[in-house]
Design a protein around this ligand. Structure first.
Ligand code: FAD
Length: 421
């Protein structure tokens, strides 16, 4: 008999519980990836290119036997399972709102076996004593660490006799991914010791850059957690992975939080719906160099440093008074690590509308943030060629700004005061 391993956010073969479960059922398996138009239509070029790189790499690992098809998984997956005589389809559980609905529909047509998830602890598992979910990060992190996670699963591609697909879409030619394990080990050995101190400095670029690999499941967080110790760098890094799990947990309990304010008082907040200002923000033309550098990094690389994500998000919400979901949609389109849970809740955190959010009255000053976290201006000059000749931290001074920060800060606080009661 045969089985299907349907890859989604787990584009790897190492430490893969669903693969383990599939092997227990049958030694012959079809490796399947479905290009789902519903997910692809919201993705920008860098994101799609990154997905193709992941798929080419996975296909190479499987000896060219990854079957890639386009279509609605609810139709396609059961059909393909039947075509190879498979009675079960094995997946890593999806915790997002769309994925859960889709999987339920697929499960009505074919036996869908879930094993593992993209998180250290499967969303929904960490609960308070009274059975309710956590709403605040620090106690969640404590309970999460106490709950713990499994050791990495011992899996590799050779455990399955992969079925040659009868047909498959040709992936566009291009690069394979670098060896992620090697990149991680380099970070662990060279950067992790200084991570707690340097992680906020976009000019130094000292973070792990694991986010896109985690997003597409090229590496599982458990694999990284297993390498961490008790030193300061490890503690800080573990905490960041806990944020990732926390936001997935919040989304799991409240799927509607992907689209609307968790704190419903903010539904009454006065917003400006100025498309021109939004375009200036998207294109990195606000006149605030730290903000513009971040937005241009996003367009150029499909990635942005965390500190800068916070500053540009704050600028959109509190200086331009635009809806956070406009910014979140732009991020999701361009980020190669774009992840509904981390992105929407990262935005809600900055906007002050989330469960465990920064208080709204804390407004980032885009100039002093730049001076503090990019003290010599190197980050800004890297992405704004027009400022290459401006030396030192002076590069952070606004140039033809679209708005006046001090004024807009006061406007934001007044609008906040109006809804607070
Ligand atoms: P590192 O500092 O090396 O962190 C290690 C890992 O921990 C990251 O790869 C990531 O998986 C996780 N992590 C770190 N910080 C956070 C955080 N604040 N929330 C959740 N997980 C975190 N991260 C995404 O993966 N996808 C997103 O779509 C996303 N959108 C964001 C939107 C906003 C407005 C903000 C403020 C943050 C967002 N983040 C998002 C979180 C964070 O910016 C990125 O995870 C981080 O910059 C990725 O770089 P890194 O892998 O080098 O991070």
């Amino acid at each position: 008999s045969a089985t299907v391993v349907w890859f989604r956010r787990d584009l790897r073969v190492a430490d893969h519980p669903a693969l383990l479960a599939a092997v227990e059922r049958a030694s012959r398996g079809l490796a399947l990836y479905v290009l789902d138009p519903r997910l692809l239509k919201v993705a920008g070029r860098p994101r799609v290119d990154f997905l193709f790189r992941c798929l080419r790499t996975l296909d190479a690992k499987l000896g060219g036997r990854l079957m890639v098809v386009s279509g609605d998984p609810v139709e396609v997956v059961p059909e393909i399972a039947a075509s190879v005589g498979a009675s079960s389809v094995h997946v890593s559980a999806d915790a997002g709102p769309y994925g859960r609905e889709r999987d339920e529909a697929v499960g009505e047509r074919v036996e869908l076996v879930r094993a593992g998830s993209p998180y250290a602890v499967t969303p929904g598992r960490v609960l308070k004593g009274d059975g309710s979910p956590y709403r605040v990060f620090s106690p969640f992190r404590k309970a999460w660490a106490e709950h713990g996670w499994r050791a990495p699963a011992e899996t590799d591609e050779s455990t399955v006799d992969w079925i040659e697909p009868a047909k498959s879409e040709r992936l566009p030619d291009g690069d394979l991914l670098p060896d992620v394990r090697e990149l991680w080990e380099k970070f662990r050995d060279e950067r992790l010791p200084g991570y707690a101190d340097d992680r906020d400095r976009p000019d130094l670029d000292r973070t792990s850059r694991m986010s896109a690999f985690l997003r597409w499941g090229v590496v599982h967080p458990r694999t990284l957690l297993a390498d961490l110790g008790r030193d300061k760098g490890s503690v800080a890094f573990r905490s960041e992975l806990a944020w990732r799990d926390f936001y997935a947990d919040v989304l799991w309990h409240q799927p509607e939080s992907a689209r609307r304010n968790l704190d419903r008082r903010f539904d009454r907040m006065e917003l400006d719906l100025d498309r021109e200002r939004f375009a200036a923000w998207c294109e990195g033309r606000t006149g605030y160099p730290f903000v513009d550098a971040g937005m241009r990094q996003l367009l150029a690389e499909g990635w942005m440093h965390n500190r800068v994500r916070m500053v540009v998000a704050s600028f959109l919400v509190k200086d331009l008074h635009l809806p956070w979901w406009w910014g979140a949609r732009h991020f999701m389109k361009h980020l190669v690590d774009g992840d509904l849970a981390s992105n929407q809740h990262g935005w809600q955190w900055v906007a002050g509308t989330g469960t465990d959010a920064a208080p709204f009255f804390r407004v980032f000053n885009p100039v002093t943030q730049g001076e503090k976290f990019d003290p010599d201006g190197d980050y800004v000059r890297r992405y704004l060629p027009e400022l290459r000749d401006v030396p030192g931290r002076g590069v952070h001074q606004p140039r033809d700004p679209v708005v006046d920060h001090a004024h807009e800060r006061a406007v934001a606080l007044a609008r906040y005061a109006a809804i607070k009661g």
